[in-house]
Design a protein around this ligand. Structure first.
Ligand code: WTA
Length: 631
């Protein structure tokens, strides 16, 4: 079970082996897991279709690997310490033995509701232990989970339920977030009124709000009350679907990234143990929400597969004050802490008086994920949280990659602030130029692509394989394209620059500009819109929307702006609300009718004079008007 590399030399040897004999390399790692039937073919792949299969013919259930397998040694070991939103309320903990029982009970309950292998189940839940139980119960019976972050609107939830044709929704009456309670049940009621595929809704009583249950609803506690504590794990093929997770791209609606059982299991466990250098007895804490890939891979699957003890936190970094993260680190003697740059930047702004009262001496590794970490935030994190003794692992990866791809491995690797560093064993990044040629040298910049599959690469986008091909495998023949630009320094370390497509990364959350524009365009006043990202001190990127309104500009702009903002909240969620909305009478377009986003991006970034070549613009006066009123 120990997959940990323990020196940089060992890393180099592992890396060499993983590129020269990739199959032998991954076979050795996969062999440490429990397979009901051993696989026949380690890897078959080609990127054009694309068609990637790992451990073909192998039969397994991931929950046997993260629960049953550990029971002989770890039945009484804590799997999760749960810390509530409100520090004055009592926390909870659950051992591996208890988690196993709870998962089995719910698995039996789900079966009773007629859910089985291959059915899609949507999860819209808070950060509580039961959410992990729910995820694992799906995996145990072979149902495919699709978790939707509980900050998305009912419309966004309905879109995702419908795309996956989910049979069941698991939710809670509500959740606690900072000083607020959020009603989830009403959101789900609204959503499922548009979702014919949903047969049942299982509701966890989380905030005691006493909602009325409808015909399709059943309480979680009632569903599990008389269930057996044993449930045989469904036999799954290595390439059977484990989950779908929706994520935004440059065009259209969010797409359902698909991960499969065997490869995802192998890679999340391997990357977890190596990047965080997790050792027996350590306490790990990832602050992400289970609704994002980081929560899937590094709250649920990676740590549990490794037999780790983790913290799961219901609240937010600034409630009741900006010392909350550090207080929780002290309370549970956290050894590895993993968060996002946006959180670091906001806590940095609050001042050291919120850090100093707490004992952070147990920390060994501190991590960052979700967006590029700027030098100032890196230094603050390293100095004040890591006390200049903990390596900062700047982990670059994506929903589509399933696990961490480029990162330091604990304190083994050399560190360079703002550089994610070297690829993990098994990962073969390349930088491509505009023509799609690999740039071989160091000290260069290009499009970040992968030239060889790793076990947890996405297999398809749910229900639309062509889209998967077009988005990821068609830009550069024979490569997986990440959508990111990157630099390689003279030592071969990677520094991620950011997205080169129309994806904006707001507080580590991905949104497609087209998706936000579509939401704006549903507003009664909006005729057309263009959304771009701009640098934001805390969020990394902010959302700037230029909106053409019916009847031109008026005096009651404020009311219109507010109404546009509400439309975005309704269609996507509050997390996607534009930071700036500028009403305009027209957008800069080329003669062929294409919006010149380059100009809008510059305006959003604060540029007022220098726009390069604008001779192809249909009506240059539009730009002047936008600049005059720019926010
Ligand atoms: C960005 C999150 C720089 C990147 C795990 C990527 C990063 C997108 C880093 C994926 C990092 C993630 N440094 N940029 N360490 N980590 N990104 O799918 O642009 O939510 O393509 O996965 O976040 O976001 P996603």
């Amino acid at each position: 079970m120990n997959l940990r590399i323990s020196s940089f030399d060992e890393y180099k040897t592992a890396y060499e082996k993983s590129t020269h004999e990739p199959e032998a390399f991954w076979e050795e790692i996969a062999d440490t897991f429990t397979w009901q039937t051993k696989w026949k073919n380690t890897l078959s792949w080609e990127f054009n279709t694309p068609n990637v299969k790992w451990f073909e013919g192998g039969k397994l259930n991931i929950t046997e690997n993260l629960l049953d397998r550990h029971l002989p040694e770890r039945a009484d070991q804590v799997a999760f310490h749960w810390e509530p939103n409100n520090p004055n309320e009592a926390g909870k903990q659950i051992t591996y033995g208890e988690l196993h029982e709870e998962v089995c009970k719910l698995s039996n309950g789900l079966k009773e509701l007629g859910v089985g292998k291959g059915d899609r189940v949507c999860i819209y839940m808070p950060m509580v232990i039961e959410s992990v139980v729910v995820i694992l119960a799906c995996a145990r019976i072979g149902a495919i989970h699709s978790i939707v972050f509980a900050g998305f609107s009912s419309q966004a939830l309905a879109d995702r339920i419908n795309d996956a044709e989910a049979k069941l929704v698991l939710t809670a009456d509500g959740l606690n977030r900072g000083g607020k309670k959020v009603d989830l049940k009403t959101m789900v009621d609204e959503a499922i009124s548009k979702c014919p595929s949903v047969q049942h809704v299982v509701v966890l009583d989380c905030i005691n709000s006493n909602p009325t249950l409808n015909e399709k609803d059943i309480w979680y506690h009632e569903l599990i009350s008389n269930q057996s504590e044993f449930c045989i794990a469904e036999e799954m093929d290595s390439e059977d679907l484990l989950f779908i997770l929706y994520t935004s791209g440059s065009t259209g609606k969010p797409k359902g990234v698909v991960h499969t059982c065997g490869g995802y299991m192998v890679y999340t466990a391997y990357s977890f143990q190596n990047v965080f250098q997790y050792q027996e007895g350590d306490v790990f804490w990832c602050t992400a929400d289970i609704g994002w890939i980081t929560g899937h891979s590094y709250i649920v699957y990676g740590p549990l597969l490794s037999g780790a003890t983790s913290v799961i936190f219901e609240g937010i970094p600034t409630f009741p004050d900006p010392g909350r993260f550090w207080q929780v680190c002290e309370k549970y003697k956290v050894n590895q802490f993993y968060t996002a740059p946006t959180a670091i930047r906001s806590l940095m702004g609050a001042g050291l008086e919120y850090v100093q009262p707490y004992d952070l001496s147990k920390l060994k590794v501190i991590g960052s994920v979700g967006e590029p970490i700027n030098e100032e935030a890196w230094q603050w994190y390293y100095k004040n949280i890591g006390n200049e003794k903990c390596p900062v692992v700047d982990t670059w990866w994506q929903t589509e990659t399933g696990g961490i791809m480029i990162s330091g491995l604990g304190d083994l690797s050399p560190m360079n602030p703002t550089h994610a560093g070297y690829p993990l064993p098994g990962i073969q990044p390349v930088l491509l130029d505009n023509e799609g040629n690999e740039i071989g040298d160091n000290e260069v910049e290009g499009y970040l692509c992968m030239k060889f599959p790793w076990p947890s690469i996405l297999r398809t986008t749910y229900g639309d394989h062509e889209r998967c091909k077009n988005v990821y495998f068609s830009n550069y023949d024979g490569y997986y394209f990440t959508g990111d630009g990157a630099k390689r320094d003279k030592n071969g370390m990677y520094r991620i620059i950011g997205r080169v497509d129309d994806v904006i990364n707001v507080s580590g959350h991905r949104f497609g500009t087209a998706e936000i524009e579509d939401a704006i365009n549903t507003n009664e006043y909006a005729i057309e819109s263009a959304v771009v990202g701009y640098p934001h001190d805390i969020k990394g990127q902010g959302i700037y929307a230029f909106v053409v309104v019916d009847g031109g500009l008026k005096d009651d702009d404020e009311a219109i702006i507010e109404s546009i903002s509400v439309s975005v909240s309704q269609m996507i969620g509050k997390i996607a609300k534009p930071d700036k909305i500028q009403l305009v009478s027209g957008l800069p377009k080329t003669r062929s009718g294409k919006i010149m986003r380059r100009i809008l991006r510059k305006i959003a970034e604060g540029e007022r004079t220098n726009f390069g070549d604008t001779s192809t613009l249909l009506d240059p006066s539009v730009v002047e008007e936008i600049i005059d009123r720019a926010l």
